[in-house]
Design a protein around this ligand. Structure first.
Ligand code: PRP
Length: 218
């Protein structure tokens, strides 16, 4: 009899990966190998269940999934929106909850109300562009940064930022605040479009089992 092919998961490194494995354990999907903190291995295999897991940089997860190098990915909604890859988003995992917001000093609120031409610093140029151009019809200049976005309005690089807010402490400690909310975010499961057809039974079962676990948590 043919051995089942491996289902491959790409997980965004860090907090999301840890939460993902905890959630997967609840439906009996495990990977003991991955729990070894000292390992430098990149790919982890569960032979018995015919599963493989690898850790990637969050923004690369949709790329692995679109090309089929991973059948399934777990990644934040922010990354899904920003990367805009051809993949199916199949499930909201409910953890990693935060918000994409337009933030700045309180005095910048007026600039948003009066559709002024302002500069917006962000790690998420596509999301920022979509929000200002397609939802607010405000022409802005988007400045792409790679991190510590909160610095931008403080040092005068931009009037506002478009960034993730979780607890709000980074904003508070830097004299900034949420001015407008763009959208809520959380961890999502994404699936390669061909895998969804070829491995439909296994992937559908995975989604159904996860939905049950998530519903029981509510
Ligand atoms: C994210 C985000 C904010 C911060 C929000 O940054 O860009 O800076 O977390 O969290 P809070 O509301 O709980 O303070 P991250 O730590 O990912 O680092 P970055 O500066 O490299 O983007």
């Amino acid at each position: 009899m043919d051995e089942k092919r491996y289902l491959t998961f790409a997980l965004g490194k860090g907090r999301l990966a840890k939460k993902t494995l905890e959630t997967f354990e609840k439906i009996g999907v495990t990977c003991e190998e991955m729990k070894d903190k000292d390992t430098r291995k990149l790919i982890f295999v569960n032979e018995e269940q015919r599963l493989k897991f690898f850790l990637a940089k969050g923004p690369d997860v949709p790329t692995y999934v679109e090309y089929g190098a991973a059948d399934i990915g777990i990644v934040g909604k922010d990354t899904i929106l920003e990367e805009a890859r051809n993949i199916y988003e199949v499930l909201d995992l409910g953890f990693g909850k935060c918000r994409m917001c337009i933030c700045g000093p309180a005095k910048a609120k007026d600039l948003l109300l009066h559709h002024e031409l302002i500069r917006v610093a962000t790690k998420y140029p596509r999301i920022a562009k979509d929000y200002f151009y397609n939802k607010k019809y405000q022409t802005v200049e988007i400045i792409k940064l790679n991190g510590s976005i909160e610095l931008a309005p403080i040092v005068g690089l931009s009037e506002v930022i478009c960034d993730i807010v979780e607890t709000g402490s980074t904003l508070r400690e830097n004299g900034l605040e949420v001015l407008e909310e763009v959208c809520p975010l959380s961890a999502r499961m994404v699936v390669n479009q061909v895998s969804m057809k070829m491995e439909n039974e296994r992937i559908t079962k995975l989604i159904t089992d996860l939905k049950q676990v998530l519903a029981a948590q509510k």
